[in-house]
Design a protein around this ligand. Sequence first.
Ligand code: FES
Length: 143
Amino acid sequence: MEYSKKVMEHFAEPHNVGEIPDANGIGEIGNAKCGDIMKMFLKIENDIIVDVKFKTYGCASAIATSSIATDMIKGQPISEALKLTNKAVVEALDGLPAVKIHCSVLAEQAIKAALADYYRRQGIDPEPIVGKIEEHDHDACHI
Ligand code: FES
């Protein structure tokens, strides 16, 4: 399996790893294919993502995609983060092996889940804004 140089760089030294203690949007997503988990923390001020961090049990591809995806949305308005696609993230990494594409979906989905949480905390129904997401169901997770 061949990884691009960018994937290797972001895996070796991932950006934005960790937690944000005063995050106002937190999303957790489980990968249906491999069972790995991704947690995303957002700090949003005036509709701008001022900070973003992630934690994952995912593989190298999940780490690399989250690293670059968080770079791409940091400092951006929410509207830009909502437009971030899995495809754009994979392209920014100069591609991923086909069997690893499912890993890259975690980053996009976790960002959306965190944005949904941000809206929910304000009493706003996130679904019309963020769309439907399959969040991680803790009760179903006993692996
Ligand atoms: Fe699970 Fe890549 S194998 S995230």
